[in-house]
Design a protein around this ligand. Structure first.
Ligand SMILES: CC(C)(COP(=O)(O)OP(=O)(O)OC[C@H]1O[C@@H](n2cnc3c(N)ncnc32)[C@H](O)[C@@H]1OP(=O)(O)O)[C@@H](O)C(=O)NCCC(=O)NCCSC(=O)CCS(=O)O
Length: 390
């Protein structure tokens, strides 16, 4: 019986064609080229991929979460950087689509859909990132209804190239004292600091953003309600975690393919190394773990699409896919032997890129805390994980 995939096949096939025609065989060269791949970003715009979470009435594709996840996987199977161009922008679009006022949607979403306006999300601060309630950036309400924003953010993906940023800031105390703001670049007092140098994805900005007495209009407050920012962001992070888990699956698939191809042509002890059981054991584990991660990511995407709270299963997908990716990338290096340690083969790049999926979008240790907390809340039962123990 054919498996009924939960994603939109036609859209996914279009992305697969793009990856096949424009990326496969070029990723090493693209990664090594220090210039920014404008041509590739433009192609992503032409494909409509900056509009994945934008409702159709604002010019978007309004794709389902399973389709989004599959697209991220396919892009990453070509070059993980492609998915990293899209993740925070898609999270920002979904925040506006789900929580923005009619006026906010009208003024932001059409230009975000074309990619003319790229938007980043800014959570992490110099004093920490795992504990979102500990943020220190503040937005003080003014007599005219506007706000004055102060604080700084670090490690902001696409932060330098984005034309605007969704900023998490304190407007009061406690968990209900956090709000989200749409902040345009170019506002007085908003500066972009240095881009961090990173282990992989050299074309993705990892920027510092500084806000010094930035005057925001009242309309900058997402949804025009204070105190909802933490929940709005935690909800968006569920999709962000699925997206990064799917990207990790794409990378794992590439590492698996590279390892298998190398093993099929490399000769040792009188035969191609793929004929040695030691190598077969690795390949079998890599394939099984990659497929398990792929299935878990799609399960998380289906749960998220259903509208129910999905942080437990999204945490599981991000945890498992991230750890699998790191392991599969390391095994790919092992199978390449010395060749895995030099940049002539992509194995070395996969190995440098993989740890990103352990730490991004909430570290994997944070995912474990979320999973354990939601088990206490009964989500394991809802996901069908409860046993028959009396
Ligand atoms: C670890 C955390 C989850 C800890 O959260 P807290 O313990 O501080 O908060 P909670 O008490 O769990 O929740 C507060 C409040 O929100 C509600 N909630 C929680 N989760 C959700 C959800 N998924 N959807 C909706 N609402 C949610 C919860 O019920 C509480 O409300 P009530 O009390 O019930 O009314 C959190 O701090 C966390 O996730 N930390 C990790 C931060 C993170 O992921 N950072 C990564 C940043 S982005 C990045 O890495 C770069 C990528 S980029 O795109 O640039």
């Amino acid at each position: 019986m054919p498996i009924q995939n939960p994603w939109d096949e036609e859209v996914v096939q279009g992305v697969q064609r793009f990856v096949q025609q424009k990326i496969i065989g070029r990723a090493q060269e693209l990664e090594a080229d220090p210039s920014y791949p404008e041509e590739i970003v433009s192609a992503l715009k032409e494909l409509g991929l900056f509009s994945i979470a934008v409702p159709q009435e604002f010019g978007g594709l309004e794709l389902s979460v399973p389709t989004y996840a599959k697209i991220m996987e396919e892009l990453a199977a070509g070059w993980t950087t492609l998915s990293c161009f899209l993740n925070s922008h898609t999270s920002a679009s979904s925040i506006l689509a789900r929580h923005g006022t009619a006026q906010q949607k009208q003024s932001w979403l059409p230009s975000m859909a074309t990619g003319e306006l790229r938007v980043a999300i800014a959570l992490t601060e110099p004093n920490g990132g795992s504990d979102l309630q500990a943020i220190r950036s503040s937005a003080r309400k003014q007599a005219d209804g506007g706000y004055v924003l102060n604080g700084s953010k670090i490690f902001i993906t696409n932060g330098a190239r984005a034309g605007a940023v969704v900023v998490l800031a304190r407007t009061g105390s406690g968990k209900d004292g956090i709000s989200l703001f749409m902040v345009h670049k170019g506002l007085a007092g908003f500066t972009v600091g240095a881009n961090a140098r990173t282990l992989g994805h050299s074309h993705i900005d990892v920027a510092e953003l500084v806000f010094q007495d930035v005057k925001l209009p009242a309309e900058a407050l997402v949804g025009q309600v204070e105190g909802q920012g933490l929940k709005q962001m935690l909800d968006a992070l569920e999709t962000g975690r699925i997206a990064m888990a799917a990207t990790a699956v794409g990378l794992s698939r590439s590492a698996l393919k590279a390892a298998q191809d190398f093993a099929a042509q490399r000769v040792a002890f009188g035969t191609e190394i793929i004929n040695h059981q030691a190598i077969q054991m690795y390949l079998a584990d890599m394939a099984t773990q990659t497929m398990a991660a792929q299935s878990l990511v799609q399960t998380a995407a289906v749960v998220k699409q259903s509208g129910q709270r999905a942080d437990m299963v999204c945490g599981m997908a991000k945890l498992f896919a991230g750890e699998t990716c790191a392991k599969v990338a390391l095994d790919c290096v092992r199978i390449h032997g010395g060749g895995g340690f030099v940049s002539d083969f992509p194995a070395e790049r996969y190995y440098r890129e993989a740890p990103y999926f352990i730490v991004t979008e909430g570290t994997n240790e944070i995912q474990k805390l979320i999973i354990a907390k939601r088990m206490q809340a009964g989500d394991a039962q809802a996901l069908g994980l409860e046993g028959g123990h009396p």
